[in-house]
Design a protein around this ligand. Structure first.
Ligand SMILES: O=C(O)CCC(=O)C(=O)O
Length: 232
């Protein structure tokens, strides 16, 4: 546990593997259904960022496996052990992204969701955490997300300087059906160029003091709280 907390503090991210169980199979077939855009009644795919479409109204309500998979994989315990305090699930996004011409950059360039430049803070502070999973369905696996390990504890004084990413600490993930990434959202991260249609599911966790900012997904917080008690 001590080792996990130290590694998470230093790197700002951890990669884990899903357990392969009947629930995992259900989770994967749910994601594939969304990838294929064969949506259940009451759900739509809507554009939020360029070249990509998110499930609406609430991804966590699409299928029970979307939240159950977290508890089957002890995510609540990983979170508790890695950050040393309890965070809550505030929002879930499932997003299909479509290929676009290379022009040298991704659809979400290098950024931190929360950061401090000089004495000014942006986003939720303390920062929240995300779990992101990029399944690979039909196309060859390809780079999907890069992160700069340790960058969450090394912020420059402004965005221009911060933009100079430390290439030695760069870690790039390919989409695959095993690995999920757990990271501190103040870590520098960037999507990779989408060459063929792909998908990601993003779980957003926040410190409890920010729960009121996510009232639209209050049920998601309730389900998280119930799971934490049930699988304590
Ligand atoms: O859509 C993605 O693949 C990346 C999302 C991202 O960068 C973020 O959630 O901050």
């Amino acid at each position: 546990m001590e080792e996990l907390a130290k590694q998470f503090y230093m790197d700002g991210c951890i990669i884990n593997q899903w357990k392969k169980t009947p629930l995992y199979d259900r989770f994967m077939s749910t994601l594939k259904e969304i990838y294929d855009e064969k949506l259940r009644d009451g759900f739509q795919l809507k554009q939020k960022y360029p070249h990509s479409f998110d499930i609406r109204p609430q991804a966590f309500e699409y299928d029970s496996s979307i939240i159950d998979i977290l508890f089957e994989n002890d995510v609540h315990k990983i979170l508790r052990d890695a950050i040393g305090s309890s965070a809550i699930l505030t929002h879930v996004q499932i997003r299909n992204a479509f290929s676009y011409p290379e022009k040298g950059h991704s659809y979400q360039m290098w950024h931190r969701d929360s950061y401090v430049y000089g004495d000014k803070g942006y986003g939720n502070l303390p920062p929240g955490y995300k779990i992101i999973f990029y399944p690979s369905f039909e196309n060859p696996s390809e780079p999907v997300l890069s992160v700069v390990k340790g960058s969450h504890i090394k912020m420059m004084e402004n965005q221009e300087k911060d933009w100079e990413v430390d290439r030695n600490k760069l870690h790039t993930l390919n989409n695959n059906n095993d690995d999920f990434l757990f990271f501190d959202v103040s870590l520098q991260h960037s999507t990779e160029h989408v060459k063929t249609k792909n998908q990601r599911i993003i779980y957003n966790f926040n410190h409890r003091c920010f729960a009121h900012r996510y009232e639209d997904a209050k049920k998601c917080q309730e389900m998280w709280n119930e799971g934490c008690i049930k699988y304590a």
